[in-house]
Design a binder for this molecule. Structure first.
Ligand SMILES: Nc1nc2c(c(=O)[nH]1)N[C@H]1C(S)=C(S)[C@@H](COP(=O)(O)OP(=O)(O)OC[C@H]3O[C@@H](n4cnc5c(=O)[nH]c(N)nc54)[C@H](O)[C@@H]3O)O[C@H]1N2
Ligand SMILES: Nc1nc2c(c(=O)[nH]1)N[C@H]1C(S)=C(S)[C@@H](COP(=O)(O)OP(=O)(O)OC[C@H]3O[C@@H](n4cnc5c(=O)[nH]c(N)nc54)[C@H](O)[C@@H]3O)O[C@H]1N2
Ligand SMILES: [Mo]
Length: 791
């Protein structure tokens, strides 16, 4: 026991936070963020333009907003996203005089982005180990030369992060397909891919079915594996309104997230003045990390048991048998499987008692209109796709899809990740989309499927891919297995990033390394045809315009669309597509999006002018099932996963988490206020009983070693993360939590959900050992051997 512990003190920076989420704490945090980015006056004006009818779409999350038609909705983390982008700090060319790449590499990720906005296109000069300004045309020529020199277009990878607008994404996919590949690794592959892959098989569409209005009509909400107080803060107004209407909100989450417990609305004068808050969750179940498949199966089992009992007693049915008969396939198999599974297995895997699952089933059965909302706690598991399909099963059993107040609500990540997919960023494009693209533009797009994120990294690792272009994002930090990723990118002929800020992916210098600085959402985008708007699609399939108004961070900046056009023109020429003509006026791009996707974007430019934009059709919302059978399909989850983590008490299941003050790999600062962690991120959250069982104490410094099938890296060394401080935390036994992206070295490229290939970032088997002892235990880990690799 450390001295600190003997004194009964918490480790440094660990202080329980007793306030509700939101409230004065949120207002204080925004004031501090504005100050840190040195933009007090302009910043305040910028915030007032967020999500306004004539303003820009918040670059934070993808939660829809009624505010696009009306008033300003306060959001702490939206404010941070905006101020981070509109910062007064700059990374100008002279910055690099003082900072060679070798030195930049030693800086942490917070520091790198905090240097400010990139101002000039940059090219890496190996002789001086520095980035130097390069003319735009020269940058485009270098990229074109390198891409054209590849023996096969499938040797280039074109990554997209979900901030790119529909217009930029559409031009990007057009260019890449003209160049000749479908290699579109996308941040979605690490995020909601289980939704995109799992839901089409179940309900015929890979998107959510609810609208914001449905939340006004639901009478039960089940919230699984998401943390809206941090990641979708504007959702808190919706949950608060539902809670105040008396709607029971059942939360299933291993961590007690403050905002899901109680929330003080910064816009509510009474709550603010009286320091009162609204209780959000009516019931909070702390599931074991990765136990969701078992919980959902348990709830389905209990629901079917209720229905069986009703039949036996001659009472009204619990299931919507008419809906099941008219609209679905596969009910019998699902019911048989649910009846057969043993409660003991479900209890063990979920960490919840049978009574908890029965409680949820009873509440669910009473609801006339139920919404299930979910996030990364569901998708980032080896059972991710199965988890999503089990939620669809549960909803279908009582006809809770395609009626008011009911449905499935995946909370998307990046503000336009859903839109990018809609307009063609897909490594597995539907044939109909390619047919239309061919017809509208008059060329033959490639048909073979391309690479997702883990496949792209494996291809770069193995030399099967030689070039990487990233439209936003920070792939090397967002992806699993940074060591492999770093080596893979360093070995390339070309590493190009289109970005607003400095990040680690850009420091992975290849034979040619270019950084192309772009406008952000908040900035005015002036083209030959005047100031331009772009469009985005939110989590509920609403498409609307976004227009920045700030003076760009530097006169050298170009829009993402213009940069893509520049690369395209230099690489594939302008004979098929007159790139400059499209860049002059983005409404021309929208006309082509409409031509390629006429069912979705009818009258695109005209409908954009209606307040709040328009909603893309979601057939399942109308009970039209675009599955091969024309019916919704139940999917049996075959069994509780074979799970080494359940059998070996020395293995814990690590979930990698976002702190309150970060946006993915962007670290605004080192606090995680609601979880009571301040000024540091090097912590491991662990159940006090597990800490004791390990013979450790809170405050001890520990190392983590990956366990199980992927414990070893390709070179036979163990995956490990050293020097975390233990924090006793209310997390179920057998689990632990650490921050993303720091915990990335523990995640194997091969540890993925099969159907979606999404990394299991939230189910990493680990062993916790006293600090400094990782190497002693290497031998033990080595015995577990190396599993198969991603090809
Ligand atoms: N401010 C801010 N906003 C963001 C982001 C950000 O980083 N910062 N990121 C954006 C992006 S790209 C995304 S995808 C979304 C992410 O938003 P979320 O989906 O909320 O993502 P996370 O914070 O990774 O984790 C969500 C929750 O899952 C819980 N959890 C962990 N493991 C499990 C499990 O096994 N089962 C269950 N049931 N729950 C589990 C965690 O306790 C946490 O509360 O937010 C978007 N919005
Ligand atoms: N262990 C673990 N890993 C994870 C996750 C996890 O929960 N755990 N979550 C996964 C998820 S859900 C996601 S979505 C991915 C995120 O992966 P990415 O989307 O690749 O990462 P971000 O951190 O969002 O990207 C940040 C960078 O985007 C650039 N940027 C910011 N704004 C703009 C802009 O307007 N235009 C352009 N061109 N660039 C811009 C900046 O240079 C910044 O450095 O990470 C995944 N990785
Ligand atoms: Mo995401």
């Amino acid at each position: 026991m450390s001295e600190q512990q003997a004194n009964g003190e918490r480790p440094e920076g660990i202080e329980p936070y007793d306030e509700p989420a939101g409230g004065w704490g949120a207002l204080r945090a925004v004031a501090a963020a504005l100050k840190r980015q040195q933009i007090v006056m302009q910043g305040a004006r910028t915030l007032l333009k967020t999500n306004q009818p004539d303003g820009f779409d918040c670059p934070g999350c993808a939660w829809p907003d009624p505010a696009h038609t009306s008033s300003f909705e306060f959001c702490e983390n939206g404010a941070k996203a905006v101020t981070w982008e509109s910062t007064a700090k700059r990374v100008a060319p002279d910055f690099f005089d003082a900072h060679p790449v070798a030195e930049l590499w030693t800086r942490d990720d917070h520091w790198l982005e905090d240097q400010g906005r990139l101002t000039h296109p940059l090219r890496y000069d190996a002789a001086t180990d520095r980035f130097r300004p390069v003319a735009w045309d020269e940058a485009f020529a270098i990229i074109a030369r390198t891409l054209k020199a590849l023996p096969d277009p499938n040797m280039a990878e074109f990554y997209t992060s979900g901030r790119a607008s529909n217009e930029a994404a559409f031009m990007y996919q057009l260019f890449v397909r003209l160049y000749g590949t479908n290699n579109f690794p996308d941040c979605s592959n690490m995020c909601h891919e289980p939704t995109s892959v799992g839901l089409p098989h179940a309900i015929g569409v890979g998107k959510g079915t609810v609208t914001l209005e449905d939340f006004d009509h639901c009478d039960v909400i089940i919230s699984i594996g998401h943390n809206p107080g941090t990641n979708h803060p504007r959702m808190m107004s919706t949950l608060r309104a539902a809670a105040r209407r008396g709607v029971p909100i059942v939360v299933i989450n291993p961590l007690r997230e403050r905002a899901l417990e109680r929330f003080e609305a910064p816009q509510n004068p009474v709550e603010m003045a009286t320091f009162s808050a609204t209780r959000i969750a009516s019931t909070y179940f702390q599931v074991r990390v990765g136990g969701d498949a078992a919980v959902l199966k348990g709830v389905i089992k209990a629901l079917i048991a209720l229905d069986d009992a009703a039949v036996a007693a001659g009472r009204a049915r619990v299931l919507d048998v008419d809906f099941i008969a008219a609209h679905t396939n596969g009910y019998e198999a699902l019911a048989a499987d649910a009846r057969a599974v043993a409660w003991e297995a479900l209890e063990r895997a979920s960490g919840l008692p049978r009574a908890a699952m029965e409680y949820v089933a009873e509440l669910y059965a009473k609801g006339r209109a139920v919404i299930i909302c979910y996030g990364m706690g569901i998708t980032q598991h080896s059972t991710g796709t199965a988890n999503v399909q089990q939620m669809a099963n549960l909803l279908l059993l009582r006809g809770n899809i395609g009626r008011p107040g009911a449905g499935i609500a995946p909370l998307r990540g990046h503000s336009n990740v859903q839109g990018d997919r809609t307009v063609g960023i897909s490594e597995m494009p539907p044939a109909a989309f390619l047919d239309k693209l061919a017809e509208v533009f008059g060329f033959t797009p490639p048909r073979a499927h391309g690479h997702s994120v883990v496949e792209a990294i494996a291809a770069m690792r193995d030399g099967r891919a030689r070039a990487l272009i990233s439209l936003g994002g920070n792939l090397a930090m967002a992806a699993p297995d940074p060591e492999t990723c770093f080596r893979a990118i360093r070995g390339l002929d070309l590493n190009v990033t289109i970005a607003t800020k400095l990040n680690r992916t850009q420091l992975l210098t290849a034979r040619e390394t270019l950084i192309l600085p772009c406008l952000g959402r908040t900035e005015q985008d002036m083209q030959a045809g005047g100031p331009q708007s772009v469009t985005v699609e939110d989590s509920m399939s609403m498409v609307h315009a976004s227009r920045g108004f700030l003076t760009p961070a530097s006169p050298e900046l170009r829009s993402e669309t213009a940069i893509i056009a520049g690369i395209a023109k230099a690489t594939v020429g302008a004979s098929v597509v007159d790139w400059d003509w499209y860049v002059a006026d983005y409404s021309r791009i929208r006309d082509k999006i409409e031509a390629v996707l006429p069912d979705q974007f009818r009258d695109f430019n005209a409908r954009l002018r209606q307040p709040g934009g328009f909603r893309l059709p979601i057939p399942a919302g109308e009970r039209v099932w675009k599955t091969p059978s024309g019916r919704a399909e139940f999917h049996v989850f075959p069994g509780i996963e074979e799970d080494e983590m359940l059998d070996d008490p020395s293995i814990l299941r690590l979930s990698t988490l976002r702190a309150h003050d970060q946006y993915n790999t962007t670290i605004y600062n080192l606090d995680d206020r609601y979880r009571g962690v301040f000024g540091r991120r090097d912590v491991l959250l662990m159940n006090p009983a597990d800490i004791a069982a390990h013979g450790l104490a809170e405050g001890a410094v520990v190392d983590l070693l990956a366990a199980g099938a992927h414990a070893l890296r390709d070179d036979g060394t163990p995956r490990r993360l050293c020097g975390l401080t233990l924090v006793a935390y209310a997390i179920p036994r057998g689990c632990c939590g650490a921050y993303y992206p720091e915990a990335q070295p523990l995640v194997a490229l091969e540890h993925i959900d099969g159907p979606s290939k999404t990394p299991s970032y939230k189910s990493v088997p680990v062993r916790v050992v006293p600090g400094g002892q990782a190497s002693v235990l290497d031998v033990e880990v080595r015995r577990e051997g190396v599993a198969g690799r991603v090809a």
